[in-house]
Design a protein around this ligand. Structure first.
Ligand code: ADP
Ligand code: MG
Length: 718
């Protein structure tokens, strides 16, 4: 038995459309017509028959199964193989060819396609785009797409409504042929010609199905074989293979024009995202990291003017305005000796944090200037690519730590690339790679090592020549951005730092400064109460202490010991950068970066979906067509994922290309060029890729939410 409806009722809220209707559409080789005025419920009935609407009362028996008990998957297979629908507006894939519409509607051989094309007189239109066909041709294609599956049941909604007389007759001829092949045909119609031509006619009237032509099978009790058929439900075959990739690819190829225009704003959004992410990342984390690059795994530094967060919080609360802890201005000899005695300490060196001396051990200063016209050709090229400079100046900078510990701590974060650091109190110098290029016109940095160089230096307002030796060369990354000023590092020369403090005027200065208010005066009492106490507080005059541990592994326990001894100071080390107070700041920075980028990616994803809204709606309509052809929801999800994946892959690659071009011809010439140095670093591209994948996921979810059962029905009915 094909279709049996018993006591079928359907209501939309208060409105009753069907009330206890009964009908049987049971015999192959028959054409059934369903007539009734507009609004009487014909389409509603078809939606129920086609499994698009399960919200009804009564019994619907389909191919021996209770239709209400069929699973979604079984429905999909039934729509694919047993029951096909020809929609009034055809619901073809309009952008694709006639061949593609048939090929993608199921798993059919080219031979089957050729045959059905010939039967429907469409052979000559095989490669035509559906949108270009006439109404009659579209309808023939819609019928061809339905019957190629060799279904048992064919539903047609107003097949002649949009056709001229010639095409109506042609259609009826085809339907007659199909009837003879044993397909049961059910037609919604207004057309008296069609009703005339049908074997059985039901009229929808007063919420009932009234038989107006032909006979109910029940009225033919001699039909015994029919009862036997009805007793055995048709077994539902497995689903046919779907051409998901082929469909996605064909569809993308045919909509490339439209996609091209849609892609422009999306690519702009993604490119802007790539550049801003790169710049934001560079300006926050990289600079943070770089400023701690000069400290080794074994080194720990303390600074009497660098108080930890807890102390800052206490000072804020108590209204204390001081950068000292109230115990010392500089580290004393006793402090240094005590630190040397801590377990696991290899060396302790006082230093002057942030102090930059612009002279060498003879008090000579240097101002070596090259004008733009004298630049080496390579520098000229880089300056054209990067920022324009009128001149480049080189001047002396003294290392702030002695050579013996400089590998553990160089405050200036020098990136030594050849040779060595200058010895203390020597005439050795460490020069930037850009000076090697400018003066020796070579990029082979080893060539200049140990070379003697004569510089015009100044001392006591007099210019003289002095010979130096090049001990090493450091990296400046000049290819990525030139500076107007570069240091030439000279050897460390210890000075008596105390002398800076130990005179009455400086004492008076600190006295005034640290007694401005009561709270500050109270905490600073022991620093300034008397000159003798002040002298003691100044100690060696060094505000920095560099402690080098014997092994990396000593750093954590040394940090603990130092925290006990100096509870108010920040203790800086690579260890701290990872786990301590700095680490916390760094982690927060990273989380802000991740959180911010994810938020922006989500917003961008939603924005992209909005831009694509009309496209996605159009796609949902098409996917509804696939659904009506027996594609399961999982097939449709795969199509959406595949299509979005391909598109986003392309968007990302194109955006990267655009960013590369922008960087090459524009960004690298700006003064902020350094922000984009790491644009194509693997971890940057990796992070960006993940963020774009997030945008992709949003787009996929958005697309999938558009193919809810309800929406699919909506698209199929409109
Ligand atoms: P026909 O196809 O015979 O013209 P329909 O089946 O489309 O009629 O509609 C039957 C009745 O049900 C109409 O009065 C229509 O307004 C109503 N109707 C159809 N679809 C819906 C719906 N989704 N929600 C509420 N009422 C509906
Ligand atoms: Mg209708």
């Amino acid at each position: 038995m094909m279709i049996e409806l018993t006591g079928l009722s359907k209501r939309y809220k208060q409105q009753v459309v069907l009330d206890q209707a009964n009908a049987s559409f049971t015999e192959p080789q028959k054409i059934y017509a369903l007539i009734g005025p507009s609004g009487s419920g014909k389409s509603t009935l078809f939606n129920i028959l086609f499994g698009l609407d399960n919200d009804y009362q009564g019994h619907y028996q389909l191919l021996g199964h209770n239709a209400a008990e069929l699973t979604k998957k079984q429905w999909a297979i039934i729509r694919e193989q047993e029951m096909r629908m020809v929609f009034q507006d055809y619901k073809l894939l309009e952008n694709l060819t006639v061949y593609d519409n048939l090929h993608l509607s199921g798993d059919y051989s080219d031979q089957q396609i050729e045959t059905v094309l010939a039967t429907m007189k469409l052979t000559q239109f095989k490669t035509a785009i559906v949108a270009d066909l006439s109404g009659g041709q579209k309808q023939r294609l819609a019928i061809a797409r339905a019957v190629i599956a060799k279904p048992k049941i064919l539903l047609l909604d107003e097949p002649t409504g949009n056709l001229d007389q010639e095409n109506i007759e042609m259609t009826m001829t085809y339907l007659d042929q199909l009837r003879q092949q044993g397909i049961m045909i059910l037609i919604i119609t207004h057309d008296p010609q069609v009703a005339e031509f049908a074997d059985v006619v039901y009229q929808l009237q007063d919420q009932q199905l009234i038989l107006t032509k032909g006979s109910r099978p029940e009225e033919a009790p001699d039909d015994v074989s029919r009862e036997i058929i009805s007793a055995t439900p048709t077994t539902i075959p497995p689903a046919a293979k779907k051409h998901l990739f082929s469909y996605t690819w064909t569809n993308l190829r045919h909509t490339k024009r439209r996609l091209f225009f849609l892609a422009i704003p999306i690519i702009i959004i993604i490119s802007a995202f790539i550049l801003s992410f790169t710049a934001f990342r560079a300006s926050s984390t990289l600079s943070f990291k770089n400023s701690f690059g000069g400290i080794s795994e074994r080194a720990i530094t303390l600074n009497t003017q660098d108080l930890n967060r807890k102390t800052h919080a206490r000072y804020r609360k108590e209204g204390i305005v001081s950068s000292f802890d109230g115990k010392r201005i500089g580290f004393s000899q006793a402090d240094l000796t005590a630190a040397r005695k801590l377990t696991g300490v290899a060396s302790v060196t006082p230093f002057n944090p942030g102090g930059v001396n612009l002279y060498d051990s003879h008090q000579n200063t240097l101002k070596l200037t090259y004008l733009a016209a004298e630049f080496d050709p390579l520098i000229q090229r880089y300056q054209r690519l990067n920022n324009k400079l009128d001149e480049i100046t080189f001047e002396f900078n003294m290392s702030s730590t002695p050579q013996r510990v400089i590998r553990d701590f160089n405050e200036a974060n020098i990136d030594l690339v050849a040779g060595n650091y200058p010895h203390d109190r020597s005439d050795e110098i460490l020069i930037p790679d850009v000076l090697v290029l400018q003066k020796y016109h070579t990029t082979d940095l080893r060539q200049v090592l140990r070379k003697s160089i004569t510089l015009n230096v100044r001392k006591n307002r007099q210019t003289k020549k002095h010979h130096y030796r090049i001990a090493g060369v450091y990296n400046t990354d000049y290819a990525h951005g030139l500076s107007a000023k570069y240091p030439i590092y000279v050897g460390y020369a210890a000075e008596d730092e105390k002398t800076v403090y130990l005179d009455k005027e400086t004492y008076q200065f600190y006295r005034d400064l640290l007694t401005e208010d009561e709270a500050t005066a109270a905490v600073s009492q022991s620093l300034i109460a008397s000159y003798t106490q002040y002298e003691q507080a100044v100690g060696t005059g060094y505000q920095g202490m560099l402690i080098v541990a014997a092994h990396d592994t000593d750093v954590p326990q040394l940090t603990k010991q130092l925290q006990t001894k100096y509870p108010a100071y920040k203790i800086t080390s690579q260890e701290d950068l990872r786990h301590g107070e700095l680490g916390a700041i760094y982690q927060r920075l990273i989380w802000n970066l991740i959180g911010g980028s994810v938020a922006i990616a989500l917003i961008a994803g939603v924005l992209i979906c909005f831009l694509n809204k009309s496209y996605i709606n159009g796609r949902s309509r098409e996917l509804a067509i696939l659904y009506s052809l027996g594609y399961q929801r999982k097939d449709i999800f795969q199509v959406i994922a595949l299509e979005n994946g391909l598109l986003f892959g392309a968007y990302f690659l194109i955006s990267c290309g655009i960013c590369a071009l922008l960087n090459r011809f524009l960004l690298s010439k700006l003064s902020s060029a350094r922000l984009f140095i790491y644009l194509f670093a693997p971890e940057n591209i990796g992070a960006l890729f993940l963020l774009v994948v997030m945008m992709l996921l949003i787009s996929i979810l958005w697309g999938i939410s558009g193919v809810k059962q309800k929406n699919l029905k909506y698209y199929l009915n409109h």
